[in-house]
Design a protein around this ligand. Structure first.
Ligand code: ADP
Ligand code: MG
Length: 475
């Protein structure tokens, strides 16, 4: 793409974003690429057939208008599906690589997770076929910890239900941040439900649900589609936050009501609680909130360690010589705090690295391989009491000395240092700090802050003391 085309494309995307709003833009257009501009037509590409179809049915006019504002002669927009395969990385030769590659795909397209890459194109037109399931996502591989006990128990209960059993909580609504195990749990319900009992469990992403309707409406079979949907015992819908559009929502609402009223189980996952699904109709929201709503919290360190271990065990099934020493597992569990997908990615990398280089996994290798998965720690919230305590200890005075009205040099300086640290390390205001230092005026605090600021640049001893105090507080 030339620079000029690149700029044009950026401007068109900007217009599109303004015209449809941030949410819609990021759901549907974030992965749209410009392929070519040819006189009167513009060629765009998207990664899935679903996106293509959705954009063509709902947004083709908008996209065209945004292009015409840039190049008035354009009168046609062509959207094609680009191949999901990227250039193979060196690691792709290893058995661990496909998973790694898929992980990156998933990262890049959270909204397409279940419909792309793994979905054979042929199944796309089979609107009722359900979204592809990952055979690894079962109850057996799901690690239970404090943050997901309730969600796990509820999911298990749903999965073990029999046809005709009274439904205990309907719908079951599970929500959490990304990568905390929603899809895993939902697919586990689907596997378990379909294997153990005579019931029929259908797993659909919200997109698949919508795509089903788009396709079914086109082929005039929407009635059959709806009937088929209603014929199942458990409907599992993942990533509900992507359900969009008035018609789809109305259909979703009907389906939900019909299933629930018929005593069928509905299980839903989303990245937010029902009340925050802003684009959803109020009736749907309250229906969703009327069952059991369970939140899964962030993964605790124990749970992270458990997940890492289970991943290593799984990898060893194919790579018997692969091993990750306990200290490395502990290091990973301590430092990769954010989500389950990164934990999986870390193990995949260690596997790829140790296989390719034929080396055992060491702490050093792990530190190097996963450095980009480690997010900077949230800055620690420092309390004024901590500052007073640490300063008092360093200067060998008591905390009450710092708060007192004594003005001898041995307490004045530590007190000023403490106020300075309170101002620079917390978000407290000057008056608030004054209050916390024995009810002093904010001008006194300001004076102290300026005084120490001035001194640290000249007095290296004081500077060292202040730096050491900061370190102690930030540890
Ligand atoms: P979400 O759907 O909430 O974004 P996923 O279910 O896709 O998250 O989980 C992301 C990754 O983390 C998956 O590889 C999943 O297997 C793993 N994972 C998350 N929670 C657990 C858990 N409790 N036990 C085992 N694996 C987990
Ligand atoms: Mg998910």
């Amino acid at each position: 793409m030339s620079n000029m085309e690149h700029d044009r494309w950026s401007r068109v995307k900007g217009r599109l974003r303004t015209s449809v709003g941030e949410d819609v833009y990021s759901s549907w257009f974030a992965r749209m690429d410009l392929e070519a501009i040819q006189q009167e037509s513009v060629h765009l590409s998207v990664p899935t057939r679903f996106l293509k179809s959705w954009i063509q049915t709902h947004y083709s006019d908008k996209v065209l208008t945004c292009w015409q504002a840039e190049i008035p002669e354009v009168n046609r927009i062509e959207v094609t599906v680009r191949s999901p395969m990227r250039a193979a990385t060196p690691a792709a030769k290893d058995a661990a690589a496909p998973a790694e590659h898929r992980r990156e795909e998933q990262r890049a397209a959270p909204e397409l997770r279940s419909t792309n890459a793994t979905a054979p194109a042929a199944s796309n037109h089979d609107a009722l076929g359900g979204s592809p399931l990952d055979p690894r996502l079962t109850f057996a591989s799901f690690v239970v910890g404090r943050s997901n006990t309730l969600a796990h128990a509820a999911a298990k209960q749903v999965a073990e239900g029999r046809r005709g059993d009274p439904v205990m909580f309907n719908p079951l609504y599970i929500h959490s941040g990304v990568g905390l195990g929603k899809t895993h749990l939902l697919q586990a319900v689907t596997w378990a439900g379909n294997s153990g009992t005579e019931r029929k469990v259908l797993y659909l992403t919200a997109e698949k649900f919508m795509y089903g309707f788009v396709a079914a409406l086109k082929t005039q079979t929407s009635l059959a589609f709806k009937e088929a949907l209603r014929g199942i015992d458990v409907l599992v819908i993942d990533d509900l936050q992507f359900l969009q559009g008035k018609t789809t929502q109305a259909e979703f609402c009907h389906t939900l009501n019909a299933l629930i009223d018929a005593g069928r189980q509905v299980v839903v996952a989303a990245d937010r609680p029902p009340s925050d699904l802003e684009s959803l109709d109020e009736r749907v929201r309250s229906r969703l909130a009327g069952g059991l709503v369970v939140e899964m919290a962030t993964l605790g360190e124990d749970l992270r360690l458990g997940i890492l271990k289970s991943r290593v065990v799984a990898a060893r099934a194919h790579h018997a010589s692969f091993d990750v020493p306990q200290p490395v597992l502990e290091y990973l569990a301590r430092t990769i705090t954010h989500n389950g997908r990164d934990l999986e990615g870390a193990i995949n990398r260690l596997l790829a690295h140790s296989k390719l280089n034929n080396q055992p996994v060491t702490l050093e290798m792990a530190e190097h391989e996963v450095r980009d998965l480690i997010r900077p720690q949230e800055p620690k919230r420092i309390k004024i009491e901590d500052i007073q305590r640490v300063v008092a200890r360093q200067y060998n005075v008591s905390r009450s000395d710092l708060l007192s009205s004594r003005r001898t040099a041995n307490v004045v300086r530590p007190r000023q240092v403490a106020m300075y640290l309170a101002k620079t390390l917390t978000l407290r205001s000057l008056p608030e700090i004054g209050r916390r230092f024995g009810g002093r005026d904010h001008t006194t605090v300001l004076h102290a802050v300026r005084k120490i600021e001035g001194l640290v640049s000249k007095d290296t001893t004081l500077n060292d003391e202040v730096e050491s105090l900061k370190r102690q507080l930030q540890e």
